[in-house]
Design a protein around this ligand. Sequence first.
Ligand code: FMN
Length: 303
Amino acid sequence: MADMKVKIAGVEFKNPVITASGCFGYGKEYDELYDISRLGGISLKGMTIAERLGNPPPRIAETPSGMLNSVGLQNPGFDTFVEEDMPFLRTKDTVLIANVAGSCLEDYCKIVEKVSDIDIDMIELNISCPNVKEGGVAFGVSCESAANVVKNVKRYAKKPLIVKLSPNVTDIASIAQAVEAEGADAVSLINTLLGMRIDINSRRPILKNNVGGLSGPAVFPVAVRMVWQVANKVNIPVIGMGGIEKPEDAIEMMMAGASAVQIGAAMFYDPYAPLKVIDGMEKWLDERDIASVNDIVSTVKPW
Ligand SMILES: Cc1cc2nc3c(=O)[nH]c(=O)nc-3n(C[C@H](O)[C@H](O)[C@H](O)COP(=O)(O)O)c2cc1C
């Protein structure tokens, strides 16, 4: 049986499959379907210091092979999460990644400081949410602002720091290099691609927020391209996501340069998708006598 273990920034995962932030809540609903300890890791719903109600509905729209969302980081806030969700989560044997966001530099520092003191394993810094006007994506779209937020939060981060990158940029590899230079321990990508739909009868945007983030299989080739570009430019591990739904997608993403993968939108139509990906990858490796899943990382051959 192939060895499915991967190590990212010193943290060991039993397999390289992580559920993506915002698509798995805090895990409780899914644990009613299967034991979520089978997952390599969980990137928890984006968290802020105070509760956020998110954007007004409609904030989800189906698109061909994907979805648009403008949820806007709805979450109960740090204190409620610690009280209501941490006790359950810590009974689970899986890597817990706190996905954090803020509206200003101080907020980012404060939430990173707070999550550093609870029993989570890693921090994923979301500087790429396209759905929050007053921050989020603004930090992730220039090398200077991305580097600056990482430099500042690094002083408070007592756990390995993954920086989640925005695809809504011209050159994602240069942003990855900028955050690596300021001490990011890993990068994850891609967050959603900014999109829009219009109801032609009412002539109104389908989302109340006008625009939203596109995810799901429609974005997969873009994500593979960006992971490949970033992996070729940085020396820290890359966590790849965007449109993964099948074992073959995860394998392709790892060949492009990802050391682990995250699965998001696919879980909305198949909550078992992460388990199918884990089992299917293992089978694929076994059929080819590949000893470890790590052996496929960055193995795409140049023409
Ligand atoms: C409904 C929804 C909510 C999301 N919320 C977050 C979030 O809170 N923090 C974050 O970093 N990414 C968030 N994302 C982005 C996903 O984690 C992921 O980066 C993106 O959807 C691409 O992966 P996918 O195509 O597998 O869904 C959200 C995505 C969706 C669809």
